[in-house]
Design a protein. Structure first.
Length: 399
């Protein structure tokens, strides 16, 4: 039986972005079979190649962000580089970029020019503040998007300085919104007979889009939600509690039935049967009392005992994972979320698995992250777009 085609097999993607947001969108499409040609600066390539921890001069982050892609090194400031991009864009399905608005227009590679060249082209543009509005021309990074989108204000202990989430969540949220936009635009093009279109994604809007009830609570009640540390404001109990061995355990007992089981498990039948705590509103009003009861119980036990007892009671509970916990966790391993691969030089490396899990056409790791300009000959040395076939795969494996 022939192998099942990948979900995005045959999709031609040109990635002009650098660092995080644009390339993460490209990675997601590449994981599901799209042929992603990554355009990099001739001198040094994408700066992500040298970000954070390096192995033999190359970032291991690069190995994740650029897997399944091909690399072409071009100087986009030169006439030759711009001509090469136009030739590739003329045959592409999707173009991804995350430069400051106006940059591509200055190179003759803006939406109007490329749309005239290829009316079927879907162009994903990711920027800090979008392509329009008074802030459009400002440079913007993920941290500013997280702040303007409302997230940074909430990420702290009450009364303490707001902190970074710990990863570039603003960039990644923008990338995922961009992928959604690409798929919507492709469906419109293919099913409705429409032309290609531009997708305008702003980092701050992508963050704001996941801020739940933040705005309607302000509009209806004048409430400005503030930092709440590890608690879940307005929903109780849900918090992190210290255990006897110094570890912190997360307990989510905020369902009515779950709360009763939780209180029974910690020996507080008085709270389990209290009619004033039967619903969330009553528990929120007395959340300090409930948290104190749970905290006193966890403080007397090591985390493994706490988890075992609460799991037996059917209460959602878990530890706060480090990457060491992740790397050996049976659930991660059972669902192929820890993939063993190798870089372009054959050195083994574990990388995150592919999300989401498709039943019939799952994504897969086909090729390692490329060397800078590794595919210049195969991509630019052929007329039109190089075939996404065994020929392309052989070119990559031979490199």
């Amino acid at each position: 039986m022939p192998a099942q085609p990948e979900a995005l097999q045959g999709l031609r993607v040109l990635e002009l972005g650098q660092l995080i947001a644009g390339p993460f969108a490209g990675k997601t499409l590449a994981d599901f079979g799209a042929d992603v040609i990554k355009i990099e600066p001739v001198e040094g390539g994408d700066p992500l190649r040298t970000w954070r921890l390096l192995r033999e001069g190359t970032s291991v982050w690069w190995e994740v962000q650029s897997r399944n892609k091909r690399s072409v090194a071009l100087d986009l400031r030169s006439r030759e580089g711009q001509a090469a991009v136009r030739a590739l864009a003329a045959e592409a399905d999707v173009l991804i970029e995350n430069f400051k608005p106006g940059t591509l227009e200055g190179w003759g590679l803006g939406w109007e020019a490329l749309h005239a060249l290829n009316p079927r082209l879907v162009m994903l543009r990711i920027s800090g503040f979008g392509q329009t509005g008074p802030d459009a021309g400002k440079p913007g990074f993920g941290v500013l998007g997280e702040a303007m989108g409302g997230l940074r204000h909430l990420t702290a202990e009450p009364g303490r300085v707001p902190v970074r989430v710990g990863v570039s969540i603003g960039d990644t949220l923008a990338a995922l919104h961009g992928v959604i936009g690409v798929l919507l635009a492709l469906r419109h093009r293919e099913v409705n007979g429409g032309a290609g279109q531009m997708i305008d994604v702003a980092l701050y809007e992508s963050v704001f889009n996941v801020m739940e009830s933040l705005l309607p609570e302000y509009d209806a009640f004048g409430t400005v939600r503030g930092a709440a540390g590890s608690a879940l404001p307005g929903i109780a109990p849900s918090n992190a509690y210290a255990c006897a061995d110094g570890a912190y355990v997360l307990v989510a007992g905020n369902g009515d039935g779950i709360f009763r089981r939780l209180m029974a498990a910690i020996g507080r039948d008085d709270l389990a049967g209290d009619p004033g705590l039967a619903r969330n509103a009553g528990r929120v009003a007395r959340v300090a009392e409930i948290d104190a009861a749970i905290g006193a119980w966890t403080a007397a036990r090591p985390i493994e005992e706490v988890i075992r007892m609460l799991e037996s009671a059917g209460v959602p509970v878990g530890r706060i994972y480090t990457v060491a916990d992740i790397a050996r966790d049976p659930q991660y391993l059972a669902r192929d979320m820890i993939l063993q691969t190798a870089d372009a030089d054959g050195r083994p490396l574990k990388v995150p698995g592919i999300v989401p899990k498709l039943g019939a056409t799952p994504g897969r790791l086909r090729t390692p992250a490329p060397r800078l300009g590794e595919h210049n000959a195969s991509v630019l040395g052929q007329p039109g777009w190089p075939a996404r076939s065994d020929e392309a795969a052989n070119d990559e494996s031979a490199g």
